[in-house]
Design a protein around this ligand. Structure first.
Ligand code: MN
Length: 294
């Protein structure tokens, strides 16, 4: 594999790896974006800048999903790194609106809407210490591994997640349910306005973050993802093994992962993951959107 980042910074159908020093933290990262074994187009993409990690899974068919995910990443790459938590959240929300305005202008050849999911993690400063501000819209996820404990940070905006919340499905049943591609929030895709959830927690040396598209979680159970993350020696080993695992199980969708490992000193005091979203509940007005371009 030849680690590289394309000129736009957007990684698609490719791998990339690197290491950045941000706010005294050493961030080792690796990206792998694979079309999978079934789809002809790769509508997933990812983008890494020092202290900023982004992933998007487009939808809409006829190139629209590729354009939508690229627009989202390009616009969201303007998220400031190292700023205050609240101000950064406001910036992310403004950039989500700006991205949506571009995405709704994408010409679609069918009656479908162009759209994309997005998840990301950005280093911010909170209580004088570096924190991760994690956000998501749709069913692309961010996970965290800390002290060997594996936790899903984001909560999917999807129909099957609503069934899980209602106690109708277990998470493992939801993972393989035929309705799993119906998402309830997105950027574009006929759903307005874009409503992201936000989560914040202090950084700790040894932490790992995983950002991934549903093409990973639709193939690999959480338990297998956890084993790969905790047993891999490097971020690149983990990213490669995750994609290989999805390919081994058929890779029915595009598969994209971003793995980040934190080194260096940290003085974070509160490792608990807390949902800072004002309204994490799914909107009553949210439309259901097919997320399957097959
Ligand atoms: Mn997908």
């Amino acid at each position: 594999m030849k680690p590289r980042v394309s000129e736009s910074g957007i990684v698609r159908d490719d791998v990339a790896a690197g290491c950045d020093e941000v706010d005294g933290l050493r961030l080792e990262w690796s990206v792998a974006c694979n079309v999978g074994s079934v789809r002809e187009a790769n509508e997933d993409a990812a983008l890494v800048a020092p202290g900023l990690f982004l992933l998007a899974d487009g939808m809409g068919g006829h190139d629209c999903g590729e354009i939508a995910s690229a627009v989202a990443l390009r616009v969201l790459s303007g998220i400031p790194v190292g700023g205050g938590q609240d101000e950064t959240r406001e910036s992310v929300e403004a950039l989500f609106l700006a991205a949506q305005e571009e995405i709704v202008e994408i010409d679609v050849a069918s009656d479908r809407h162009a759209g994309t999911t997005a998840t990301g993690a950005v280093l911010v400063t909170h209580d004088g210490t570096p924190h991760w501000l994690v956000f998501n819209i749709g069913d692309s996820r961010t996970y965290c591994v800390r002290d060997g404990a594996f936790e899903q940070v984001t909560v999917d905006h999807s129909q099957v997640q609503e069934f899980v919340d209602a106690g109708v499905l277990t998470p493992e049943q939801a993972r393989v349910d035929p309705r799993r591609n119906v998402i309830t929030r997105a950027l574009g895709a006929g759903i307005v306005p874009p409503r992201a959830d936000f989560f914040s927690f202090g950084t700790e040396p040894g932490d790992q973050l995983l950002l991934c598209s549903d093409g990973l979680t639709g193939e690999l159970p959480d338990a297998e993802i956890e084993v790969i993350l905790t047993e891999s020696q490097t971020a690149q080993d983990a990213a490669d093994a995750l994609v290989e695992g999805a390919l081994a199980l058929g890779a029915h969708d595009n598969v994209t992962v971003v793995v980040v490992r934190v080194g260096g000193a940290s003085t974070a005091e509160d490792p608990a993951v807390s949902d800072t979203a004002e309204d994490p509940a799914v909107s009553d007005t949210a439309e259901e959107v097919g997320h399957d371009d097959a």
